[in-house]
Design a protein around this ligand. Structure first.
Ligand SMILES: [Zn+2]
Ligand SMILES: [Zn+2]
Length: 152
């Protein structure tokens, strides 16, 4: 049995408010997503569920990721126009991302000065932030080196 974490309670409440049921599939997906911290795409998640002999349709995976994202429990990082990578978000946890457009690796960073500046901007505009996501796209060290080599 999985313990009743804060996140699990939030998700159950979110579903209830929308008149949706906490189905076995949704719970299994939630458990898989929250079992480790990694950046994954929907196909990875489908494969992980299959490995565990849990049959969940791709449509359910997408729908559940959408719900978890709407509820703030899953963060979404855009790799390209149609590619997303997801990660679980624990309550009170926050970090930002560097995204390599070469190898699609995602790096996490925490920079208190950026956080402070964002707060200062909100204060200046009398804006009450609920969340933010800071993403920087580019090439990682390895991909940049390869590109330089290719350019000769
Ligand atoms: Zn790279
Ligand atoms: Zn992350």
């Amino acid at each position: 049995m999985t313990e009743m974490t804060e996140e699990r309670r939030l998700f159950a409440e979110f579903l209830r408010r929308r008149g949706l049921k906490t189905t076995r599939e949704r719970t299994a997906l939630f458990d898989e997503i929250f079992s480790t911290h990694r950046h994954f795409d929907a196909d990875d998640l489908v494969a992980r569920m299959r490995e565990r002999d849990r049959k969940v349709s791709r449509a359910t995976v997408y729908r559940t990721l959408e719900l978890l994202h709407a509820c703030g429990l899953v963060n979404r990082v855009r790799l390209s126009d149609e590619k997303y990578r997801y990660e679980r978000m624990r309550v009170g946890e926050h970090h930002d991302h560097l995204i390599c457009t070469g190898c699609h690796r995602v790096f996490e960073f925490v920079e208190p000065r950026i956080e402070e500046l964002q707060e200062a901007v909100c204060t200046r505009y009398r804006f009450r932030p609920s969340s933010h996501s800071h993403q920087i796209w580019g090439l990682c060290e390895g991909c940049a080196a390869e590109k330089e080599k290719a350019a000769g």
